[in-house]
Design a protein around this ligand. Structure first.
Ligand code: OGA
Ligand code: NI
Length: 340
């Protein structure tokens, strides 16, 4: 019920000039818009039909690194169950949700929480979230998943399993797109045993001064791939050709991002795009992001030799996934200090 937001949520003044009213932004028709890729024919028997679909996916991954995917094979019923159960968790009183509180300090990263300041400015973001590992099934800790509503675990489990299958198909198209063996990228990110699917439900409350805050600040995802469902409230913006582009809401699409991991392995041929989330006064926004991540230490990420040449030297130094995250954090802190 507050009318003005605490100062920790107010963005620096250079950034404020780029934050507008998200509903007005979503209505604008001019300018580029992120591609919608129809996956209906991704495994068609007809080679020509199949190639056309795969080519469109590859092109979108190279130009944008983010797209709406439709006819992805995941049923509307299942997506609705994920949305309904996730929303029902957040609709509970805060005391109920606090029972699932994470504890960053003690390394308990799974559970309910809000992001703490991770840079020198103490800047905060307008969101709460629920975070847990969703796949592979033997690495899950179901004891920390929401118990209410009772369909949360079945719905989210099934959804994660379906997404895992979809990730394999996408990775195979992206591999072929680089002239690699079909299963190469899948192997490079850990395969069925080691690729981790992390569920993060982002809950963006209504904000009395939405033009002063961000739900998520500008970032690229560190994952290999990210799949995002949302509740049809706009908020996502992509930094494309030096401008913020507002993603329109496409019913039953899944927004798919190429993350840093695939950008590195492909030596920048596939893009990990900078993006952020705006908030608004009128409607709560919820998004369900599933990050497909390689193991933290086991794999050294670097451009695959097939993607480099004398003319195209490696753009990224070898780093494990956890070193990559460290490096990004370090760079952010440096930038924050320089601004001070
Ligand atoms: C993220 C993210 C955007 C959204 O969680 O990494 O970019 O639409 N979320 O909530
Ligand atoms: Ni993101």
């Amino acid at each position: 019920g507050i009318l003005s937001i605490p100062k920790e949520y107010i963005r620096p003044k250079e950034e404020l000039t780029s934050i507008g009213n998200i509903f007005e932004e979503e209505m604008k028709e001019e300018g580029p818009q992120l591609p919608t890729i129809d996956l209906k024919d991704i495994e068609s028997e007809d080679k020509e039909v199949r190639e056309k679909c795969r080519e469109a996916l590859k092109k979108a991954a190279m130009e944008w690194g983010v797209m709406h995917i439709v006819n992805h094979g995941i049923s509307t019923e299942l997506m609705d169950r994920v949305r309904v159960t996730g929303q029902a968790f957040f609709d509970q009183p805060v005391e109920e949700k606090e029972k699932y509180a994470n504890d960053q300090a003690s390394g308990k990263i799974q559970g309910y929480g809000s992001k703490l300041a991770n840079n020198a400015c103490g800047q905060l973001e307008w969101e709460d979230y629920f975070f847990h590992l969703a796949y592979p099934e033997d690495k899950r800790d179901l004891s920390i998943w929401p118990k209410t509503p009772s369909d949360y675990i079945p719905a989210t489990s099934e959804y994660a399993k379906e997404l895992r299958g979809l990730a394999t198909k996408i990775l195979s198209v992206l591999s072929l797109g680089l002239g690699l063996e079909e299963d190469r990228l899948e192997k490079e990110v850990g395969g069925i045993e080691e690729l981790l699917l992390q569920m993060k439900i982002n809950y963006y409350p209504k904000c009395p001064q939405p033009e002063l805050a961000l739900g998520v600040e500008a970032h690229t995802d560190v994952s290999a791939l990210t799949f995002i469902l949302h509740n049809m409230v706009p908020g996502l913006q992509l930094f494309y050709n030096d401008k913020w582009v507002t993603a329109k809401c496409v019913p039953n699409s899944i927004v798919m991002h190429i993350g840093d991991t695939i950008e590195i392995l492909s030596n920048g041929k596939y893009k990990s795009i900078l993006h952020r989330g705006l908030v608004n006064k009128e409607r709560v926004r919820i998004s369900w992001a599933v990050f497909c991540e390689p193991p933290k230490e086991k794999i050294i990420l670097k451009p695959l030799s097939e993607t480099t040449s004398e003319a195209e030297p490696p753009l990224f130094p070898p780093r494990t996934f956890s070193q990559h995250i460290e490096h990004k954090l370090f760079r952010r802190c440096q930038e924050a200090l320089e601004k001070k």
